[in-house]
Design a binder for this molecule. Structure first.
Ligand SMILES: O=C(O)CCC(=O)C(=O)O
Ligand SMILES: [Fe+2]
Length: 253
């Protein structure tokens, strides 16, 4: 069962003066480190993804999962591009560097013979802004560890991995069932947007907490294995899972 008692912290990243060496930055940095230590996750409120991109994103992503399975399997053959069809009713497509024009074009040229400029534009704009949030949060963690001088080197050595996931729901069969088993991610941070609730994190008291978006500008941020190892276990790697709700397919990015 998921808990209704414990809530993960919601942190506001919308302040215009959120720049290093400001009071806002210091207080946000403190909240980020505390949240990742205590929960291994937080909700980030972040308004830099353009509204029109946010609004059409899931419809655009869905187009990939409307392709037949054979197309997704063909995609697996591309280097660094993964289709994972191991778990029934779960389909996910991953790629590195979807903030770079050539990676986005490779991605869309794989699925559409003449590419898909709308798809490329939506994906690229989304990840450009999410990467900024990702860098800002990593920056805050490094500063909290007194490693400010290593931030550029650290960020330049990071690979940005993107994944879109589709969870199919078959009425009468898998509503309210585990759709993605409990696991931790192998990255530093994972930033998730879901079109429907379902993501849950395991709290240290043994309860599963629902990770629901509280506003259209909300993103769920999980700290992962590499940050846990890297910080000698000061940050928790969030143990999380997905339980499908209702009778509609769920998409996440
Ligand atoms: O779909 C989600 O919300 C989470 C996906 C996830 O945990 C993963 O891809 O590692
Ligand atoms: Fe995960």
């Amino acid at each position: 069962m998921a808990s209704t008692q414990v809530k993960i912290p919601t942190i506001d990243f919308c302040k215009s003066e959120l720049k290093p060496n400001t009071l806002q930055w210091e207080s946000t940095k403190f909240q980020v480190f505390e949240a990742l230590q205590e929960f291994g996750c937080c909700e980030a409120i972040y308004d830099k993804v353009p509204n029109e991109i946010r609004e059409c994103m899931f419809d655009t992503l869905k187009e990939v999962f409307d392709f037949p399975l054979s197309k997704l399997i063909e995609y697996r053959e591309k280097p660094f591009h993964i289709y994972d069809g191991q778990i029934p009713l779960y389909g996910s497509v991953s790629s590195v560097d979807l903030v770079l024009l050539n990676s986005v074009e490779t991605f869309s040229n794989t699925f559409w013979s003449n590419g898909n400029p709308n798809f490329s534009n939506v994906i690229k704009s989304y990840f450009e802004q999410i990467m900024e949030l990702n860098d800002m949060m990593k920056n805050m963690v490094l500063e909290s560890l007194w490693l400010k001088n290593y931030i550029d080197e650290f960020l330049n050595s990071n690979v940005f991995m993107s994944r879109i996931t589709n969870y199919k729901v078959i009425k009468g069969e898998n509503e309210n069932k585990s759709a993605l088993p409990s696991h931790t991610d192998s990255s530093y941070l994972t930033i998730i947007k879901q079109n429907q609730n379902g993501l849950q994190v395991l709290y240290k008291n043994g309860e599963w907490i629902e990770l629901n978006h509280t506003s259209p500008n909300s993103y769920i941020v999980l700290s992962a294995d590499v940050f846990m190892a890297w910080t000698n276990d000061r940050l928790i790697s969030a143990q999380h899972r997905v339980v499908t709700k209702g009778d509609k397919d769920r998409l996440s990015i």
